[in-house]
Ligand binder design. Structure first.
Ligand code: MSP
Length: 478
């Protein structure tokens, strides 16, 4: 049986999920569900990145021990994903022993390749990004993302010979179009690698929190250098059997962490003699009503609040419907309400409601023989294989709108007067196609898919009404 391994990034436990985290995770979930539907054996991993310095600080603020703090936060992240119907197979935490084991095994390999050496690091460090910065990375001396002044550090560190992998990486990127996607990000990574790679520090000195560096316990491993290894941890590495899953098929990430996934991680794998992930997909960022989301602006969108207002399935739809995956999106409440009303309440909700009403009214709920559906799903599949969720959903809506139009043209309420045999065909055709809509929608909207299946599958409609998407008053705000 073919396998499909897809991962999300592992999320920092100093904070709770916002809409951007939900976006990465829902997109990965849609693909995991789609590939399961295609009959593949799927490993879908997500989890929490717990060895960050930010954790120590956040725990201090609430007067907790770091471990107790991350234990609680990991539960909250899991609860959020449960509410969003995320069908992950493995939730990995970087404070778990098996992650430490995988990290040590990989570092052994990298060390055996002669790619680790001791040196002095002098420069800047942004704790928000957990990243060493160059002057050229800053805007007016500040980290452009966190608007903070990076700390000046001078410490003894162990370095990884990233520079050694410049040519092998370039070769790999050039030979594998699908390695970094979308295309614009592939060019970005290629240009970055072409400019030359500096060796990177992979340890921090004198820190208490983190995974000790196996070759010198005065150091802990730099959080990114071990967080990336979570993708091997979830396969069971280094134990036998990890090869069943590795290499990953897709690392789903946001564009902000592209360099880590498309440059540093592959170089570490090359050093360890392991195959590279097939695809790293860097999606775009969400803004809110035209503004960057930030705590200080107070405009961060909480996915759980959106779910309360619209429902889980609708939220998943609204995130993926409009913006081509890879580009930046803008969450505008008015626009979201309009799309909800027109696509979900009107097009889909009404199609189902009208159909079951007619089947009840004219045939006492009996559908009769449901024909095999005939809609061509090739364009849908192509869109899914190309990460174009917007196009895949448009394909389904072409079908839905077509069915609504079919009702208008066939006018079952007229046929009902003198041609019951034809009426039966018309209603069975509608039911068959709605069942297909349900199947296609399953990866995106698991509840709706189940409802549709329950409604029509036995050839008998038992419910008189079903309101999947209560209409919203436009212009309301959350
Ligand atoms: N812990 C690291 C990842 C380590 S993976 C080995 C990290 N964590 S994070 O909690 O900051 O979340 C990262 C994910 O959230 C990324 O995929 C990132 O792109 C996504 N997003 C964060 N803000 C976002 C938006 N405003 N919009 C879309 N996605 C965004 O980085």
């Amino acid at each position: 049986m073919a396998k499909f391994f897809i991962s999300t990034p592992i999320y920092y436990t100093n904070d709770v999920a916002h809409i951007g985290h939900a976006y990465t995770t829902i997109a990965a979930d849609v693909l995991a569900r789609y590939h399961r539907q295609q009959g593949k054996q799927v490993l879908f991993s997500t989890g929490t990145d717990e060895n960050s310095l930010k954790v120590v600080k956040s725990a201090e603020v609430v007067k907790k021990e770091p471990q107790g703090f991350v234990d609680e936060m990991a539960v909250r992240w899991r609860q959020t994903w449960d509410q969003l119907e995320i069908s992950y197979d493995r939730f990995v935490r970087t404070t778990e022993p098996d992650h430490k084991a995988a990290t040590y095994a990989l570092f052994e390999k990298i060390n055996a390749s002669g790619d680790l050496y001791k040196g002095m690091y002098e420069g800047l460090y942004c704790e928000g990004c957990e990243e060493f910065k160059k002057d050229s990375d800053l805007e007016e001396g500040l980290c452009p993302l966190h608007k903070t002044t990076p700390k000046s550090v001078k410490e003894e560190n162990y370095f990884f010979k990233l520079s050694k992998y410049q040519q092998p990486l370039l070769k790999h990127i050039r030979e594998h179009d699908e390695f970094v996607q979308p295309e614009s990000r592939r060019h970005e990574v290629m240009a970055f690698v072409e400019r030359g790679l500096d060796d990177i520090s992979v340890t921090r000195e004198g820190q208490q929190w983190g995974i000790p560096y196996p070759f010198d316990e005065k150091h802990v491993i730099y959080v990114w250098a071990e967080a990336l290894i979570n993708y091997l941890t979830v396969t069971g590495y280094p134990d036998n059997g990890y090869e069943k899953w590795w290499p990953a098929d897709v690392h789903m990430i946001g564009k902000d962490i592209l360099k880590f996934h498309a440059v540093i991680w592959p170089a570490m794998l090359l050093s360890a003699g392991l195959p590279l992930p097939k695809t790293v997909f860097g999606h775009g960022f969400w803004n809110a009503d035209g503004h960057k989301m930030s705590k200080s602006l107070g405009n961060v969108i909480n996915p759980l609040k959106v779910v309360q207002a619209y429902g889980t399935d609708a939220f998943r739809y609204l995130l993926l419907r409009d913006t081509p995956f890879g580009e930046d999106g803008d969450w505008q409440t008015k626009r979201v309400d309009d799309v909800y009303n027109s696509d979900l309440a009107d097009d889909l909700g009404n199609l189902i409601q009208r159909t079951i009403t007619m089947i009840n009214k004219y045939q006492d709920g009996a559908i009769g023989e449901i024909p095999n559906h005939s809609h061509d799903i090739k364009p849908f599949k192509t869109a899914m294989e190309n990460f174009r969720f917007d196009k895949a959903l448009e394909e389904i809506w072409v079908l839905i709108r077509g069915l609504n139009q079919y009702i208008e043209e066939e006018k079952p309420w007229i046929i009902a007067k003198d041609d019951p045999a034809h009426l039966k065909e018309v209603l069975a055709y509608l039911a068959g196609n709605i069942l297909q809509v349900g199947q296609l929608l399953q990866p995106f909207m698991p509840h709706v898919a189940e409802e549709i299946d329950n409604l029509f599958k036995d050839g008998l409609v038992r419910q008189k009404t079903v309101i999947l998407f209560p209409k919203r008053e436009s212009k309301t705000s959350e």
